[in-house]
Design a protein around this ligand. Sequence first.
Ligand code: SAM
Length: 337
Amino acid sequence: MGTQLFIVKPRYESALLEELGGFGQTLAPGVLESKATELAASDLVFARQVLPNAQIFTEASVGLLAERAFEAVAPKLDGHGSWALHSFAPDDPDTSWREASHGPRAALIGARFAELMNERRRRTAREMTEPDEARHLVQLLLIDRERLAVSMVEPVKLPDGSAWPAPWPAGRVPIEEDKTAPSRAYRKLLEALAWSGASIEPNQHCVDLGASPGGWTHVALSAGAKVTAVDRAPLEAPVSGHRALKEIKGDAFQYAPDHAPVDWLISDVVADPEKSAALLLRWVEQGWCHRFVVQLKFKGQGGYRPAFEALARLRKTRPHARAKQLFSDKNEVTFFG
Ligand SMILES: C[S@@+](CC[C@H](N)C(=O)[O-])C[C@H]1O[C@@H](n2cnc3c(N)ncnc32)[C@H](O)[C@@H]1O
């Protein structure tokens, strides 16, 4: 009988534990375990990835860990269609902006696992494909140097069309570097859009609240959208003065659209989480936007109740709305739907 493992941003384990109703324990920074099988299906705010029904092996070498993974998974994969492989380590506990330092070792284990499949299970090896096309997802999580968790699962489709477990290793969406963006915040919007499975389309109308210096507006303008950007502070190059941009100097919380609904509400405004949650709920309940990506920002550890409560209320109007602490997020939760 396996166990459920969840990938969480290091230092947010207690937030995830609260969501799990206390039914779990921290195995390593950024890795939580729960024996409760039904929790693997839950779309939790602080879980970026799940490894359902995982087995954990302890061995000293890359070769032996790959052997254990092969023995655990190969018989279950034979004759069961396409599969994809993720091999990864948790987030780095010091920065949480990259993979932990044993990430390269996890990649070696994945490579050796694929070699073993090729050597010993030719036909099954040929069924390996991309995660969004595969029937099964094999995940190899190198918890620490010598402990490897092995999970194989058929991802489920969530009501919004996305898959759970997420199709990116550790739920880390690969984001291309954009040196022209006015701020690095653009990463958070791109990541949220990938999670939501939707994209901003040419000529759509986006309202960006708390837009300065302009990273999110830059993403929307680059997609060919028209943007109304509201902030007390000015936007910076290259977005300021863009012909598809209407810049409004003012209070994001007082702004209402002239013509509703707009295609997108995007907001990264710095404010109390209760205030940002109320703003999101107002926009959705008034029918002012079709789609949204809105961040709630927190101070200190704990106190995430406003996020959980806002999500519950939001789902009364938008049953498929989701909220996640994304890889690029700091002490933040991103709502999308
Ligand atoms: C994290 S920054 C936004 C970064 C931006 N999304 C980007 O990609 O560059 C938060 C912004 O919220 C703005 N802000 C805070 N309170 C505001 C308010 N009441 N009305 C308008 N803007 C506000 C700040 O001026 C700041 O520019």
